[in-house]
Design a protein around this ligand. Structure first.
Ligand SMILES: NC(=O)c1ccc[n+]([C@@H]2O[C@H](COP(=O)([O-])OP(=O)(O)OC[C@H]3O[C@@H](n4cnc5c(N)ncnc54)[C@H](OP(=O)(O)O)[C@@H]3O)[C@@H](O)[C@H]2O)c1
Length: 300
């Protein structure tokens, strides 16, 4: 019997972890994928994939992409919404089209807006996966947020490292908020915040000098050795991290009841508690409201 048709909408599908996840997901016959990517991105040579323009550095672009997706769907529903795109910059001088700090704008604000615009089109029993990072947690990364400062992160951020960590906390809190909505529980939608863990050989460090990127990748055996002392230093591969992302998206893997955070630790999928701040319901609700304000949406 043929597999039932299914629809995937995805960001960050053109490189690294996401490119591997897309290849795995579209390998199943009957999968239709709509991916959002910048015109400069490498178009995946895969069957069933339609690429629509999306620069996450512009909220206007996000709105146009969401409208184009809904138009293409023509009333059909999204089975898998995978918000995986991410960027890390050398410093925090970059600004989005709307004037927000670029890391926070691309990684968090754009995905927050996209998730809210597409949520009504997610199918009953569908799945939403947002890629976060264990670097959101001050126990893993010094400089990760211990308190919520949405406005500062959007306007006057500190270091590039803490900007990235704050944006990934934003991804996690967004996933927690979506999971807590009445409409997602009523429609049995599973929401997951996925941490692939340190993954070498992706494009994430493309803003950094080439020699540094080469050294970083070549040191994989050393990172794996060091991970015996600090598990977060285990360096995974884009193939493995992408494979797990695909399995979380299509339901082959699923978190235990009530868990949202899925984290690869030393290459193994675990479902630990995220940072204290990421578990705080007040922080979750505040981030939701403030992100609504920053993206021009109503709080509800
Ligand atoms: N690698 C790690 O160690 C690690 C660890 C924890 C979490 N993560 C997260 O994993 C996810 C995937 O990262 P990766 O390591 O696979 O890096 P990657 O190879 O650089 O992939 C990032 C993806 O995001 C897209 N993207 C970046 N900026 C964009 C923009 N302004 N508009 C539209 N698309 C944009 C890229 O598109 P282009 O092809 O156009 O560049 C690419 O498809 C990210 O969310 C990252 O934060 C990575």
């Amino acid at each position: 019997m043929p597999e039932p048709a299914r629809i995937l909408v995805m960001t960050g599908a053109t490189s690294g972890i996401g490119a591997h996840a897309l290849a795995r997901l579209t390998a199943r016959p009957g999968t239709r994928a709509i991916i959002g990517a910048r015109p400069s991105a490498t178009r995946p040579a895969l069957d069933g994939v339609e690429m629509l323009p999306l620069d996450l550095a512009s909220l206007a672009d996000v709105r146009a992409f969401a409208a184009a997706v809904l138009d293409r769907l023509n009333g059909e529903k999204i089975d898998m919404l995978v918000l995986n795109a991410g960027a890390q910059f050398r410093d925090t001088s970059g600004r989005s089209a709307e004037g927000y700090e670029l890391t926070f704008a691309v990684n968090h604000l754009a995905h927050y807006l996209l998730a809210r615009l597409l949520l009504p089109a997610v199918a009953e029993g569908g799945r939403i996966v947002i890629t976060t990072s264990d670097t959101h947690d001050p126990n893993i990364l010094r400089g990760a947020p211990a308190r919520l400062e949405t406005d500062r992160w959007a306007h006057t951020p500190g270091s590039a490292t803490s900007a990235y960590a704050a944006s990934k906390l934003g991804n996690l809190l967004t996933a927690q908020s979506i999971a807590g909505l009445t409409q997602t529980s009523q429609r049995r939608i599973t929401t997951i915040a996925y941490n692939p863990g340190l993954t070498g050989g992706t494009g994430l460090q493309r803003d950094f000098p080439a020699p540094l990127r080469v050294v970083f990748r070549a040191l994989r055996p050393l990172f794996i050795l060091l991970s015996r002392l600090r598990p977060q230093l285990y360096m995974s591969t884009p193939e493995h991290a992408g494979d797990i992302l695909a399995q979380l998206a299509d339901g082959t893997l699923t978190p235990p009841e009530g868990r949202v955070y899925a984290s690869l630790v030393r290459g193994q999928l675990t479902f630990p508690a995220p940072s204290a701040l990421a578990q705080d319901p007040e922080a979750r609700d505040q981030m939701w409201r403030e992100s609504a304000d920053l993206t021009g949406l109503p709080a509800r």
